[in-house]
Design a protein around this ligand. Structure first.
Ligand code: FAD
Ligand code: 2MC
Length: 379
């Protein structure tokens, strides 16, 4: 067993760190304050391969393992959590179309997603179906050569600024087996978008509700067979949860780095804060938990790469642990900054606001416990 990164991983990590330091970090506060979705930088990241990290090479992606992708996303998130998190959702959508769409559908969409000409959104959640995703009500009725889509989605990341939607909709009876997944052009007649939600964090990407009113989609736009959509959605989320977790770790690392520098400069009671043992102990715990979170994420990514039977549970464990620990690390870093941590002049309050939602989306941390608990009791 070797826990060191190999040469390729170190090179990927360095190029992601350089990109984050150059293109993301200097603008993150402004994008947050102005709720600006940096489409130019997102498209530019396609030149580095960041829009198709684990998308198969035949469609122009890098075809990397999830482990390598996690290392890259971690670095990007240290630059801008919210923008990096959108990149992960785009990657998940592109991977789903490449993996579950027919060759023609994949060829139509995926190469354009890898370059950033087309950006994607993942549409599972509905106003009445959040954690209980299998209860979704949006319907896709087959009429000849088309499906007619009616219903609505809630909280869709990127919506209104993306060009393709992967939509989970009901083609059969109640429950997960009645759900199918579709590739839907985001400008199809009958689609309308809600207002840009005002959020606590993740402000550099829009979140909107979507309404489908008799939206016609060709039968060929279905991913796989009828009834397979829920399993596809969950498979996408296995990797998605690693991504959300690794973005949390990257943000926590940025917060810890800032705190480490600050306590050595800030003087109180005639000495730098760093001289106080209570401060040293706090930093020691933050670093210990950060390393534990990162290793858990990488273990889960490795499980997914190896096709391990318990990969889903490990992805859930990693998401729960890393997002909880990372939120606490960022919150502790804010505390070490004292009142300055609460000011927007410093990045700590943004890190805390951005990280809060990692405990909620791509499955709440209670749902993660449900997945792990079920697996534990079934084995
Ligand atoms: P609910 O399911 O109503 O949960 C409310 C509370 O009850 C939570 O604490 C939950 O953990 C708890 N709870 C529910 N059931 C149980 C249970 N059985 N046991 C214990 N506790 C339980 N969705 C998409 O499809 N695509 C996106 O791009 C997307 N982006 C998002 C971006 C943002 C900024 C946000 C906030 C959300 C996004 N979501 C997206 C939706 C997100 O996945 C859901 O908000 C999340 O899954 C929770 O669903 P809910 O909000 O309906 O909460
Ligand atoms: N991979 C493959 N198949 C899976 C799977 C996985 N990870 N998870 C479930 N399935 C299959 C499962 O095997 C079963 O099929 P079968 O009966 O043939 O074995 C079927 O799907 C139904 O699974 P469950 O019986 O576990 O379904 P249930 O309804 O009990 O609960 C639960 C599933 C709670 C885990 C799921 O609804 C869930 O993950 N909820 C959270 C929703 C969520 O994560 N939303 C995120 C939205 S995206 C987002 O937030 C973004 C920011 C993009």
């Amino acid at each position: 067993m070797n826990f060191e990164l190999n040469e390729d991983q170190i090179a990927f990590q360095q190029s992601a760190r350089d990109f984050a330091e150059r293109e993301l970090a200097p603008h993150a506060a402004e994008w947050d304050a102005e709720s600006h979705f940096p489409l130019d930088v997102i498209r530019q990241s396609g030149d580095m391969g960041f829009l198709g990290l684990y998308t198969p090479e035949i469609y122009g992606g890098l075809g990397l393992p999830r482990l390598d992708s996690a290392i890259i996303f971690e670095e990007l998130a240290a630059g801008c959590t919210s923008t990096a998190a959108y990149l992960t959702i785009h990657n998940m959508v592109s991977w789903m179309i490449a993996s579950f769409g027919g060759k023609q559908l994949a060829e139509q969409w995926v190469p354009k997603m890898v370059t950033g000409e087309v950006l994607g959104s993942y549409c599972l959640t509905e106003p009445g179906a959040g954690s209980d995703a299998a209860s979704l009500k949006t319907r896709a009725e087959k009429k000849g050569e088309v499906y007619v889509l009616n219903g609505g989605k809630m909280f869709i990341s990127g919506a209104g600024s993306t060009q393709v939607l992967v939509v989970m909709a009901r083609t059969g009876g109640p429950g997960p087996k009645g759900i199918s997944a579709f590739v839907v052009p985001a400008d199809a007649p009958g689609i309308s978008y809600g207002k840009k939600e005002k959020k606590m964090g993740w402000n550099s990407q829009p979140t909107r509700a979507i309404t489908f009113d008799n939206v016609e989609i060709p039968v060929e736009n279905r991913l796989g067979e009828e009834g397979q959509g829920f399993a596809f959605a969950m498979k996408g989320l296995d990797g998605g949860r690693i991504n959300i977790a690794t973005c949390a770790v990257g943000t926590a690392q940025a917060a810890l780095n800032a705190a480490q520098r600050y306590v050595q400069e800030r003087q109180q009671f005639g000495q730098p804060l760093a001289e106080l043992q209570t401060v040293q102990f706090r930093l020691a715990d933050m670093l210990t938990e950060l390393v534990a979170a990162r290793q858990m994420v990488r273990l889960a990514a490795w499980k997914l790469d190896s096709g391990s039977a318990d990969a889903t549970a490990y992805c859930a464990m990693a998401k729960r642990l890393a997002t909880d620990l990372s939120f606490n690390i960022a919150n502790n870093a804010l505390q070490l900054f004292g009142g300055y941590g609460y000011l927007q002049d410093f990045p700590l309050e943004r890190h805390v606001r951005d990280l809060r939602v990692h405990q909620i989306l791509e499955g709440t941390n209670e749902v993660m416990r449900m997945i792990v608990g079920r697996k534990l009791l079934q084995d």
